[in-house]
Ligand binder design. Structure first.
Ligand code: FAD
Length: 386
């Protein structure tokens, strides 16, 4: 939707083909980083998203005994935790207001010849286009039309998550996590308003689980989960009070997408379809917004069909170093927080807290959290940022 909006504002006719029968958000709360907030600002949506989200000024991860493992602030800036539906609504309203057509119940099954592309639908219908932007997420079924040797393996671990009210604001300001070794991670992210409960505060609660154990966790039931959480973090267990059904917890799984180059002819990959990663660093939606703006900038207002391949090359070049950095860091760091290795958990608990305090490493870690790190030594900034 962000790419559609930015391209439409550049004067292009844009149609979104969405496979869901009706446009709707899906998934957990999101941490919008300063980079993603700057992108929303460029789209004119920052204020309305931030007003309904919750400011996040600190990431505090600790052991059940209370020893700090990760303690990072944002240095002058801050993130915003947001219910996914809030971001969705802001983009969806803007897209409709700008005159983008949204065609729902339209699963694209192919993109035809990349040199003369067309969205191809299951019933054989075709919609030719000058440019096709493939933004169908980490589990993309269209990615291999652009990058035939792409890989997108699932991580062995996923998460169970739910949005819960936080009437007293107990969790304000901090993305809080508790780790027991590398095998258990519990997190609470303040997200502000939820649809239908605009005035109340909410948090996104998540509990990391090996994917093969999703069914067993569900079968054990909510009381078992509450007891497991209570043994490590009683305050977080209280968030599950009042829940009676495991179905209120959704399953999330994630992939490590390796797919380059992101373009072929006049078809281009953006967002998770291009570089899906684990949510460990809270960057995926932010990177997707940055892709959208950079793509629209590279295409420009009056691009001819012949100029598109060069524009797509420029887009891919502009997004390369930043996304490579985050793909690498999330791949390296995910097992540090989600694996069965006791040794990794012990090393992390022993050294990461110290590393946060070292001027150079701590600075890189804070820049990484804020979405500002990239390959090389300079902090990353969007070309559209003032
Ligand atoms: C548990 C969890 C927590 C996360 N937390 C954060 C966070 O805190 N911060 C952050 O920045 N990111 C976070 N992420 C990552 C973030 O959700 C993704 O990076 C982001 O949603 C990617 O956006 P996208 O538009 O590329 O893909 P998606 O959001 O996956 O959207 C893809 C869309 O394409 C549609 N579609 C799919 N196939 C087709 C088809 N063939 N035809 C037509 N339509 C199709 C889908 O229905 C969907 O609407 C998290 C992810 C998970 C799983």
């Amino acid at each position: 939707m962000a790419a559609a909006l930015a391209l439409r504002r550049g004067g292009h006719d844009v149609v979104i083909h969405e496979e869901f029968a009706a446009a709707r958000p899906l998934g957990a709360g999101l941490l919008m980083q300063p980079t993603g907030l700057a992108a929303l600002d460029a789209l004119g949506l920052r204020d309305q998203v931030a007003a309904r989200g919750a400011p996040v000024r600190r990431l505090l991860g600790r052991t059940p005994a209370g020893r700090a493992v990760l303690d990072l602030g944002y240095e002058g800036a801050h993130g915003v935790g947001v219910h996914r539906a809030i971001l969705f609504d802001a983009l969806h309203d803007a897209v409709r207001g700008a005159g983008v057509s949204v065609a729902c119940g339209r699963k694209v099954v192919d993109v035809g010849d990349p040199e003369a592309p067309a969205c191809v639908f299951a019933d054989g219908d075709r919609a030719p286009a000058d440019l096709i932007v493939v933004a169908d997420g980490a589990a993309s079924t269209l990615r291999d039309r652009v990058v035939p040797n792409a890989r997108a393996p699932l991580y062995p671990w996923g998460a169970l998550w739910t949005i819960r009210p936080d009437t007293a604001g107990r969790w304000d300001g901090t993305l809080a996590q508790v780790y027991d070794g590398a095998a258990i991670m519990i997190g609470v992210l303040p997200v502000g308003a939820a649809p239908g409960a605009e005035d109340a505060r909410h948090v996104s609660f998540f509990w990391s689980v090996r994917r093969e154990n999703f069914a067993a966790a569900r079968a054990a039931g909510i009381e078992a989960l509450r007891a497991d959480v209570a043994a490590l973090w009683p305050d977080a267990a209280a968030l599950l009070n009042g829940l009676t059904d495991m179905r209120t917890l959704a399953e999330a799984e994630y992939r490590n997408v390796a797919a380059r180059p992101w373009r072929r002819g006049r078809v281009v990959l953006i967002g998770d379809a291009a570089h899906g990663m684990s949510p460990q660093l809270g960057q995926g939606a932010n990177l997707a917004l940055l892709d959208a703006l950079e793509l629209a900038r590279a295409v420009g207002p009056g691009a001819t069909v012949h100029a598109l391949p060069a524009a797509l090359r420029a887009y891919a070049r502009a997004r390369s170093a930043h996304t490579r950095f985050y793909q690498f860091m999330s791949w390296i760091l995910t097992p540090v927080f989600q694996s069965n290795s006791r040794a990794v958990g012990l090393m992390r608990d022993a050294f990461l807290g110290l590393a946060c305090k070292l001027p150079l490493i701590g600075g890189v870690m804070r820049a990484t959290l804020a979405g500002r790190a990239t390959l090389g030594f300079r902090a990353w900034r969007g070309t559209w940022e003032p």
